[in-house]
Design a protein around this ligand. Sequence first.
Ligand SMILES: *[C@@H]1O[C@H](CO)[C@@H](O)[C@H](O)[C@H]1NC(C)=O
Ligand SMILES: *[C@@H]1O[C@H](CO)[C@@H](O)[C@H](O)[C@H]1NC(C)=O
Length: 404
Amino acid sequence: MKIPVTIYGVLPLLIIALATPIDNSVPKNNGKTRYSLAPKSDSSLIITGHHQSVYVHSDQSIQAAIHKASPGTEIVIESGTYAEQLTINKDGLTLTGRPGATIIPPATFTNNICTGLAGNITDAAGTATNIPLQAGICIHGSHIQLADFVAEHKKVISVGRAVNSVSISGLAVSDFTGINIAAVGTRNARINDNIVHDGGAYGILSAGSYNTVISGNKISHSTLGTIGICSDNFHGARVLDNEVSGYFVGLCIQTSNSEVANNHVHDNCIGAFVDPRTDGAKIKNNHIGPTNKICRSIPIPGDVIRGIVVDGATKTLVRENIVEGQHSNGSATGIQIVDDPCNLGGLACGLDNTTPAIASGNLVVGNVLRGNDVDLGLASVGRGGEAECEAVNALDLKSAYLIA
Ligand SMILES: *[C@@H]1O[C@H](CO)[C@@H](O)[C@H](O)[C@H]1NC(C)=O
Ligand SMILES: *[C@@H]1O[C@H](CO)[C@@H](O)[C@H](O)[C@H]1NC(C)=O
């Protein structure tokens, strides 16, 4: 998607290879009684359940518990505030927050693979500084190669080994400048039932991963963050039952064949955005509520306020969503299918800025559209099921436009 320069810096593409720091630390019991069981050292087994549970209290370090834990451990985090950044690269690790367990930025940061993943801090003039945006929780595999930052987040080029079956649930994560919870080079990661507040660039981002499940999270921003949830995986993503508000883009969909269902998305500028060349995404049974009023006052170039945008994507299914209250200057649109000339920046086109992305084979069916400036917008030369829109969607259709 294209993010306004005022929100996000766009920089030239340079490909560089970065290797993740590999955690070679040998799990050992340091004698603290709160880590109740001696960790096992075999990291090669398939994870079939929790090997053990350890408990972390607010006067202790979660990261220290992660270092000590053997694969498969559940780390239970008791209520309290933890000023920490976490990196997790052990298979089968489960972090379970008890109610009130809150992670906030520490006084000083330790760089990891998620540092700068969403670029650097931009100054008041919109120019990138040399200060990288920091992530709160970073779940990551090893030997990860990233492209340099172009827009939104660095693309994952390759992953040596994906970390398997890490789960994060029940935590509150707040106030990181970059990504509050990131999964990079992961397989079967689960990020469920967390409260994610004021993540500057992203609430939750999954990139270069396989089969991520992001469900039941409550994601909000007190002013306007950039992107609520995004999946840009190699394969598989399910984004289910989340509530997302206060972002320029609520849901960003960059994983082919991913499923985005039953989310409640409101008070954003764009509810859900399917990026160019994403194929076969399924957007079902979501409720996209009213536009955030702040979107009308920030200097967005052009009127980009939308409920759901299928932007140069193919074979998207947009089914049985409710999209309402999209308002701006008179052209905010409930559901829009549009081609992308790929000459305006943005991540998907930034890596291939020569070939326009033509929306085709998209099907928009059974949606409820009401109280939008414009309910449906079709502006694609592509072919496919998109023309079914008018007949089967609108219960309260005020207007639609068609440029084909
Ligand atoms: C971000 O800052 C780092 C230094 O921390 C610098 O090396 C890098 O070039 C900057 N990246 C961008 C995209 O400005
Ligand atoms: C609404 O119109 C004003 C005046 O043309 C413009 O500055 C602003 O960016 C527009 N807002 C949106 C969301 O398009």
